[in-house]
Design a protein around this ligand. Structure first.
Ligand code: NAI
Length: 261
């Protein structure tokens, strides 16, 4: 049965950071449900390779180079997408970077690098796509947030600051753009196995800690986020905006005892 409530078929969807990890899974998830997907990334060879692989697995996407830290790239991306497809229905802000270090060792360059991609880039890409959505009186922005939204994990403070900012942007843009028919929501993933996190989760102590503190007793896979993104992009969530949905195996639900009851 095909359910129009959850349909994204025919939507024009931009996924920033769509070449690998979470972004790629979301791009494939939208493409296989009939959306016209545009993936973006910093390097043309990387996104071309990713687009080729997705096409050969039956999920075609278009690739456009866009470093979200560059305002020129953002302007060119939005202009190209609107010129080619006439509109933007959904923007999925996935592009993100992280560094794990002690607070007292972060350099200004490292701090700026993280904030420029995760926060400034997300703001200005949303602004550029949002102008188009406001003009067309419809659209959805989906931000990829983090468990760091509410409580910082030790050792990633600039990242945590950027993700807390993402939840503020989610609510702030939702508040301003609702009257234009534009919805803005976020997904806060728990611990998902990707290139960004594989090394950390290969440490046995980390694995034990992760399983012990996750009610669903496993780490996340990129595919675990697809359903929520489709929901947020579709009519199924038509009366929902400014929300952060946690997809984290229950990690944020409560604190688990380290002993058997
Ligand atoms: P990843 O490192 O595999 O993917 C990040 C993507 O962003 C890559 O495609 C990369 O090329 C792209 N990117 C980085 N800088 C960019 C820039 N300046 N312009 C355009 N694209 C850029 O990481 P992963 O795990 O897939 O993370 C994706 C998003 O999910 C990030 O925003 C991350 O903070 C967030 N997240 C990840 C979690 C996890 O456990 N893996 C948990 C919570 C949030």
């Amino acid at each position: 049965m095909s359910d129009d409530l959850f349909s994204v078929a025919g939507q024009v969807v931009i996924v920033s950071g769509g070449s690998r990890g979470i972004g790629r899974a979301l791009a494939e998830g939208f493409s296989m449900r009939g959306a016209q997907v545009v993936i973006t990334g910093r390097e043309s060879a990387t996104i071309e390779g990713a687009a080729r692989e997705m096409k050969s697995s039956g999920n075609p996407v278009v690739q456009i180079v866009c470093d979200v830290a560059s305002l020129d790239d953002i302007a060119r991306l939005v202009e190209t997408v609107v010129g080619r497809f006439g509109r933007i229905d959904t923007l999925v802000n996935v592009a993100g970077v992280n560094k794990r270090k002690k607070v007292e060792t972060f350099t200004p360059e490292e701090f700026d690098f993280i904030l420029n991609v995760n926060l400034r880039g997300l703001f200005f890409l949303s602004q550029a796509a949002g102008k188009q959505m406001i003009a067309q009186k419809s659209g959805t922005v989906i931000n990829i947030d983090s468990l760091n939204t509410n409580s910082p994990l030790k050792g990633v403070l600039p990242y945590a600051v950027s993700k807390a900012g993402v939840s503020m942007m989610t609510r702030g843009m939702a508040a301003e753009w609702g009257e234009h028919g534009v919805r803005v929501n976020a997904i806060a993933p728990g611990f998902i196995l990707t290139d960004m996190t594989n090394k950390l989760w290969s440490i046995p102590t980390m694995q034990q800690w992760g399983y012990a503190n996750t009610p669903l007793k496993r780490l996340g896979q990129v595919g675990d986020l697809v359903g929520t993104a489709i929901y947020l992009a579709s009519k199924a969530s038509a009366f929902m905006t400014g929300q952060v949905l946690y997809v984290d195996g229950g990690m944020s639900a409560g604190t688990l005892w380290p002993i058997e009851l």
